[in-house]
Structures are given as structure tokens and as C-alpha cells.
Design a protein around this ligand. Structure first.
Ligand SMILES: C[S@@+](CC[C@H](N)C(=O)[O-])C[C@H]1O[C@@H](n2cnc3c(N)ncnc32)[C@H](O)[C@@H]1O
Ligand SMILES: [Zn+2]
Length: 196
């Protein structure tokens, strides 16, 4: 479920729609959490579907660390990618704001964290745009992403967390809040082993 202070808006003709903040969302806020209404599918299930379903799932799902394609039931499925993402996942089933997000600003994550199956051409307009987001970007960027999450993770108890009741991993998060050494790496979600 996506943070309640968000809505769907049109971005542009290339990107389509995206998720925007309707109010200030401070860094350390959980912006999305996987919940019981999200659906997940195995690759075999998807292969057996009509192409009209497969196309929808290819666009709107991400692949979790178990190889399941996850379709979010709400407007979380409209998160766009940015090479300067303001929402990132730690090694848990949620995303956290790694910067303050102001009303009217788009919430975007990094598709490099989501087990892409093919390269994704990026048009995020960031000066640091990687141009192609690659299935193995985790191997290059995980330390950077972990560092950004580590900076804001201690703020979790200090800011409003409307999505906290949906957390499945409260004990693990509380352990990491007591000792950041317990913080899981985003690599926990990485499906593909290096092949060289
Ligand atoms: C999960 S959907 C996001 C919602 C989508 N913008 C829409 O309106 O349906 C993923 C799709 O959004 C577009 N998209 C997201 N981020 C993008 C980016 N940085 N550059 C280009 N296209 C992007 C691509 O068409 C991509 O396949
Ligand atoms: Zn980019």
C-alpha cells in the first residue's frame, strides 16, 4: 500500500502517469509497504496467461527476491523510476523516503532494485541519469542505496508512519533500530547471481 498522502498525476507523454505527494512527506517515512491485497504470480503462471494479461504484468509488476511477479493493487503500481530516487527499499518489504519529499513532488524509486528481466531505457531527466537501467545494477549500486537508507532509517520512530500497521517485519525493523548493524542490505532482494 502506498502512503495515503499521494495521488496519481500525469507526468508527460513519454512517462505517462506517476505517484505524487499531496502533502509534505519527511525523510524516514515508509512510502510503500507490501500488503496482503497485492497479488503475486510465478513466471509459469504468467507464461500460461493470455498476452493481454502478460503485457499488463510486464509493465506493472516488479520481481521479488523469490522470483514472484508482484502486482500492487493500488496506485503503487504507477511508481516511476528515477536515477535519483527519493524512495528506496532496504532489505525489507517496504520503501522509505531517503529525502524530504515536498507536496507536488513525484515519488520515484529505482528499478535497478526490482530484478529487471531486461534493460530498461531511462528518460528520468536527472543530470546523473544512467540511461539504461540494467538487471545487474544491484552489483554496482547496492552499497550506495544501502548508504542512503542507513542515513534515514533511524528516523523511522521519529516521523508519522501511517503504514506501520501493515508491516510484516516489525521485529526485524526494531532490531535494526536498536543496532544499525542488523540493518538488512537491499541485496536481500537480488534474484540474479553474478555469472562470470
Ligand atoms: C510501473 S509503470 C509506471 C507507471 C507508468 N508511468 C504509467 O503511466 O502507466 C512502468 C512504466 O512507466 C514508464 N517509466 C517509468 N519510469 C520511467 C523512466 N525513468 N523513463 C522512461 N519511462 C519510464 C515506462 O513506460 C515503464 O514501462
Ligand atoms: Zn535515469
Amino acid at each position: 500500500m502506498v502512503h495515503p498522502n499521494t495521488e496519481l498525476r500525469w507526468v508527460n507523454d513519454v512517462i505517462g502517469r506517476g505517484v505524487f505527494a499531496t502533502e509534505f512527506i519527511p525523510k524516514g517515512t515508509i512510502t510503500w509497504v507490501r500488503d496482503d491485497l497485492d497479488q503475486s504470480f510465478t513466471c509459469e503462471q504468467v507464461e500460461r496467461m493470455e498476452s493481454i494479461y502478460r503485457e499488463i504484468l510486464e509493465k506493472y509488476t516488479f520481481v521479488d527476491g523469490r522470483g514472484r511477479m508482484v502486482l500492487c493493487w493500488d496506485h503503487a503500481r504507477f511508481f516511476n523510476h528515477s536515477c535519483e530516487a527519493n524512495c528506496l527499499s532496504a532489505g525489507y518489504d517496504f520503501e522509505i523516503a531517503v529525502r524530504d519529499i515536498f507536496a507536488g513532488e513525484e515519488l520515484r524509486d529505482d528499478y535497478g532494485t526490482l530484478n529487471l528481466q531486461t534493460p530498461f531505457p531511462c528518460d528520468c531527466q536527472s543530470p546523473n541519469c544512467r540511461k539504461q537501467i540494467l538487471p545487474d545494477d544491484m552489483e554496482r549500486w547496492a552499497d550506495v542505496w544501502d548508504g542512503l537508507v542507513r542515513c534515514v532509517f533511524p528516523l523511522i520512530p521519529q516521523v508519522a508512519q501511517p503504514l506501520w500497521p501493515l508491516f510484516q517485519e516489525k521485529a526485524e525493523v526494531e532490531a535494526a533500530l536498536k543496532d544499525l548493524g542488523n540493518l538488512r542490505s537491499i541485496r536481500c532482494h537480488y534474484l540474479y547471481a553474478r555469472q562470470d
